[in-house]
Design a protein. Structure first.
Length: 578
């Protein structure tokens, strides 16, 4: 994409004063934001969905188009986010009325004869909700408090198939906004990323702070939200006795999948951006949001590498819900364990699984319990622990070849073959056994891993819950896990910076409803991505001269057609491939 970052008007460290009296917005800034939104393909896709919904409902295209359309809504919200302003309808209306030149209004398709009419608040509100209607899985009134009985009736009236269809649309739109920001990286920088991703959830508070409780007959003004609790798994405490929980808020969680380093010991090769996003009630569907985020990354054609996460994702999820789907996508998992998840967790064909890897069943007990001795019993020091983790490698099963298309992997005993690392009396030695660790006590009832001469095929379900790719506790595991976790914690703080995106200030995004908050969050994360890219390029230099060329002004027919419900739209609006 050939957009000049300076034209986007991104602010510096000091931020801007908030309010509708901002200075005029430069035409080039509007043109650059338009190009970002246009190349995302969102408006064309939304127009297609709107037409499909009208046909499904047996309705016509309606009357005269509104003064503002989907394209204008997204461009104005992006411009507000980039300059550090709240995403408020009042601010968007003030931009249209006071801060755009005639040329900028023409680029956006806003008729000049309508300027001066003080109803832009209502017009933007209608245009914004027209966009939301196409992608809203959670229909219902937002203008009053509801009793629990009224809310139960609304939930019952929602059509599951319709909600599922619109949830898919909403997720696509949110991730396509992030994709547009990722494509602002020069291709030479973007292609350095090898696909490593760290995922975590961060709270997004609702503007209406009062949450639903079991003691009240009323639901929250944001009834689709939930309680976020910093301890535990972040789910609704729901205490019948009205017990007060510390560090709680009412709202949602944004699941952010952040690009992570290829090499923790090397310099930064690319900016660490959010590559995918999920959104929903705190702790309600951790695995579902994780699979959706990683699936979106793969679907958009990005490389596949390591998936790094805290214990809320791995290993605590059910493997059929998260670990197995991610491995089927091609990801290698990297994570930590609770104290009660250390040592032997599973066995298959005679092999034992210890902290994510398959080992010889005769591995010494002192090595099996190395992490327990270090973490739980604290009976060994850090140096001894590192030595024992390194000694474990000799007892590792080796993959004979890569997993087949069904996920089955042939695994070899560490005493088998010419590359054997141990000597076992149950296996005929191949080659020189000097330097190999000796198995002194072989299993009395050996299983296939000990008796098969070649290998044993391990199904993908074997050890699926606790299995991971890096050698747990090793220097490479510590480096990758720490770097990835620091990266995502850093981004969570970055997008909450009060001088910029201020995600943790709900008063800056007051439109009610989970769908609106999902969209606002995606736009704020998109803005943070763009700031990350800008900072990276300024710090490292940018020799891609084509990247800084000013964008071409969209042709009039493109501006008018991109956001209207044209039934003859045939393209799906995906951005061009590299």
């Amino acid at each position: 994409m050939t957009i000049d970052f300076d034209s986007l008007g991104m602010i510096g460290d000091q931020g801007l004063n908030l309010g509708p009296s901002h200075p005029p917005i430069d035409d080039q800034q509007i043109a650059s934001a338009i190009k970002l939104i246009d190349e995302s393909g969102i408006c064309v896709r939304v127009a297609k969905w709107r037409s499909e919904d009208q046909e499904r409902a047996g309705k016509g295209r309606g009357g005269r188009p509104g003064s503002l359309n989907d394209r204008v809504v997204l461009v104005l919200l992006l411009v507000l986010a980039l300059e550090g302003s709240p995403l408020l309808v009042t601010h968007a209306a003030a931009v249209v009325e006071h801060r755009l030149s005639g040329e900028a209004r023409a680029m956006l398709g806003i008729s000049p004869d309508r300027i001066g009419n003080p109803v832009w608040y209502d017009r933007f509100w209608r245009a914004f909700h027209s966009l939301l209607d196409v992608i809203d899985p959670f229909p219902g009134p937002r203008n009053r408090l509801l009793t629990k009985d009224e809310w139960a009736a609304i939930i019952a009236s929602r059509v599951p198939d319709e909600s599922e269809r619109k949830q898919e649309r909403l997720d696509w739109v949110a991730n396509q906004l992030l994709e547009a920001s990722m494509r602002m990286m020069p291709r030479s920088v973007r292609r350095k990323w090898k696909g490593n991703v760290c995922i975590d959830a961060t709270p997004v508070a609702a503007f209406g702070k009062r949450g639903t409780t079991k003691r009240s007959d009323w639901v929250s003004i944001e009834p689709d939200g939930g309680w976020y609790v910093r301890e535990g798994d972040h789910r609704d405490p729901g205490d019948d006795r009205g017990k007060q929980y510390r560090k709680t808020l009412w709202g949602w969680e944004a699941t952010l999948a952040v690009m992570s380093t290829n090499d923790p010991s090397g310099p930064d090769e690319f900016p660490y951006l959010v590559a995918a996003i999920g959104f929903g009630k705190p702790g309600a569907d951790i695995a579902g949001h994780g699979v959706g985020a990683f699936g979106s990354i793969v679907e958009r054609g990005h490389p596949v590498g390591m998936a790094i996460a805290d214990r809320a994702y791995f290993p605590n999820s059910k493997p059929e819900n998260l670990q197995l789907p991610l491995r089927a996508l091609g990801y290698d998992l990297v994570f930590d364990y609770r104290e009660d998840q250390l040592g032997i967790t599973e066995s298959y064909a005679g092999a034992i699984q210890v902290e994510g890897a398959w080992y010889c069943p005769s591995m010494p007990q002192v090595l099996i319990e190395a992490t327990i001795d270090f973490r739980v019993k604290t009976s060994i020091d850090k140096t001894t622990y590192a030595q024992r983790i390194e000694q474990r490698r000799r007892y590792l099963l080796r993959p004979k070849e890569r997993a087949d298309q069904d996920g089955y992997t042939p695994m070899m005993c560490p005493a088998a073959g010419g590359s054997a690392t141990v000597y076992c009396p149950l296996k005929p030695p191949v080659g020189n056994i000097a330097g190999r660790s000796r198995i002194s006590i072989a299993p009395s009832h050996p299983d296939k891993i000990c008796t098969n001469r070649s290998s044993v095929s391990f199904p993908p379900t074997a050890g699926a819950k606790y299995g991971q790719s890096l050698h747990f506790g090793s220097p490479e595991w510590h480096a990758m896990y720490a770097a990835a976790r620091n990266t995502i914690e850093g981004f969570n703080g970055y997008v909450k910076d009060a001088n910029h995106d201020a995600l943790d200030q709900p008063g800056r995004r007051r439109v009610r409803g989970q769908t609106a908050q999902h969209l606002f969050t995606a736009i704020l994360v998109m803005s943070a991505n763009l700031r990350k890219i800008n900072t990276f390029l300024r710090k490292n230099g940018n020799d891609d001269t084509s990247f800084a060329k000013p964008p071409r002004r969209p042709r009039r027919r493109d501006r008018l057609a991109s956001c209207r419900p044209v039934a003859s739209v045939l393209t799906d609006g995906n951005p061009p491939a590299d």
